[in-house]
Design a protein around this ligand. Structure first.
Ligand code: GLV
Length: 387
């Protein structure tokens, strides 16, 4: 087993082991990828204050997200097609999250279904919902999530139409995997991935197939979203979904203080500051830069989480010290999953946990709840002074 010391090590291994088509799907942003890059790079503009001669024994990263105990406030984000990165990927990721004590979020666009994950794990997980045109199907998804005892609904608000990721079009991304002449050569080098896929029956969008009517072409993501997703989603529909669900509701894709205020008004239990990993509105603010204004607007009234750009425990700490109560990793766990299956997701969580714990200690804190802006050096105009 190679020595893995950071998320980048997992990424290198992931790139070698997973077909290019799925690597590209994960590792792309929309259009010019400006926001995709900014999400990661902007963390570097925030620096940490080193403090010394502070007793660092007895540290803990344990806290709560939406009232639920977590070993550290780092949930696994919903990622579409996770089960194409590695056979039964969602089940493996859910198991790794459960063993570690962090939440796993299952995407509507997952390969393993809600029932697959529920049957193969024991901890309650969160379900991420995309709102579809077919209202019966949406109701049915919510009922299935309730039946599976999901302990949170993550409603995504920033993807009613799909941002264009150039490589998916060039690669002819399809699910189930249909090798074209162009990618057969690449596939033949991914033996471990191929054997895994041969060994599972889970190779299509199992939340959808057999459940939704009127979706004729699942193979292309862009066709599927165009056909099925509801472009009319508005706050009234969000309200209706909150009512239908009746449990803890997390609104994902908030990047603007005005929208954060609307989410608060609706009564969300948490909001996720996110630009979908830079996969939707290219040219939008990075998530970490958007965070301060949103915290200022609603941070004392609703739990604010951060997604998009986190690749290390240092990043997590910066978000928490700014005032976020939770964070999400998407790509960082997918690298681990594609590299080494469940053990790779565990490794990604271990890497981030150690970085978070040690960084907290070197900042002179023993508990995450003690972190605040005093631990950071934030450029005065970090949130931007926009006209
Ligand atoms: C779906 O969530 C995607 O970003 O591809």
């Amino acid at each position: 087993m190679p020595v893995i010391t950071c998320i980048d090590d997992l990424k290198r291994l992931y790139r070698r082991r997973v077909p290019k088509m799925f690597y590209d799907y994960c590792e792309s942003g929309s259009w010019t990828e400006q926001t995709f890059r900014d999400n990661v790079n902007d963390f570097q503009d925030i620096l940490l204050r080193q403090r010394v001669a502070v007793d660092m024994e007895g540290r803990s990263t344990a806290t709560k997200m939406i009232g639920q105990d977590v070993a550290m406030p780092v949930a696994l984000a919903p990622v579409g097609l996770t089960g194409m990165q590695c056979a039964d990927g969602e089940i493996k990721a859910a198991r790794a999250a459960e063993a570690f004590g962090v939440p796993f979020t299952l995407s509507t666009m997952s390969v393993c279904s809600i029932e697959d994950v529920a049957e193969n794990s024991t901890a309650p997980f969160w379900f991420q919902l995309y709102v579809m045109r077919d209202e019966d199907f949406v109701k049915n998804l919510i009922d299935r999530a309730k039946a599976a005892k999901c302990s949170g609904l993550v409603l995504t608000l920033d993807l009613q139409i799909l941002g264009q990721r150039h490589m998916d079009l060039k690669n002819g991304l399809s699910v189930p995997f249909r090798p074209t002449f162009g990618n057969i050569a690449n596939l033949s080098t991914k033996v471990r991935w191929g054997l895994g896929m041969l060994g599972t029956k889970r190779r299509t969008f199992r939340n959808i197939v057999g459940h939704a009517t009127g979706v004729s072409d699942l193979s292309s993501l862009s066709t599927w979203t165009t056909e099925a997703f509801d472009p009319r989603l508005d706050w009234a529909k969000v309200k209706a979904i909150k009512k239908m669900w009746g449990g803890p509701l997390i609104l994902k894709g908030i990047l603007d203080a005005e929208d954060a205020k609307m989410a608060l008004k609706i009564g969300a239990d948490a909001i996720i500051v996110s630009n979908h990993g830079g996969r939707q509105l290219d040219g939008a603010l990075s998530a970490i830069r958007a965070l301060p204004a949103i915290l200022e607007a609603v941070g004392d009234k609703v739990e604010v989480h951060l997604d998009s750009g986190i690749r290390s425990g240092q990043d997590v700490l910066k978000a928490l010290a700014l005032g976020a109560k939770g964070t999400y990793i998407g790509r960082a766990f997918i690298y681990g999953l594609g590299a080494m299956g469940q053990a790779g997701v565990t490794k990604a969580l271990e890497v981030i946990h150690k970085e978070l714990d040690f960084t907290m200690a070197l900042c002179g804190r023993r508990n995450l709840g003690d972190l605040n802006r005093d631990n950071l050096l934030v450029p005065e105009d970090f949130g931007g002074r926009w006209g």
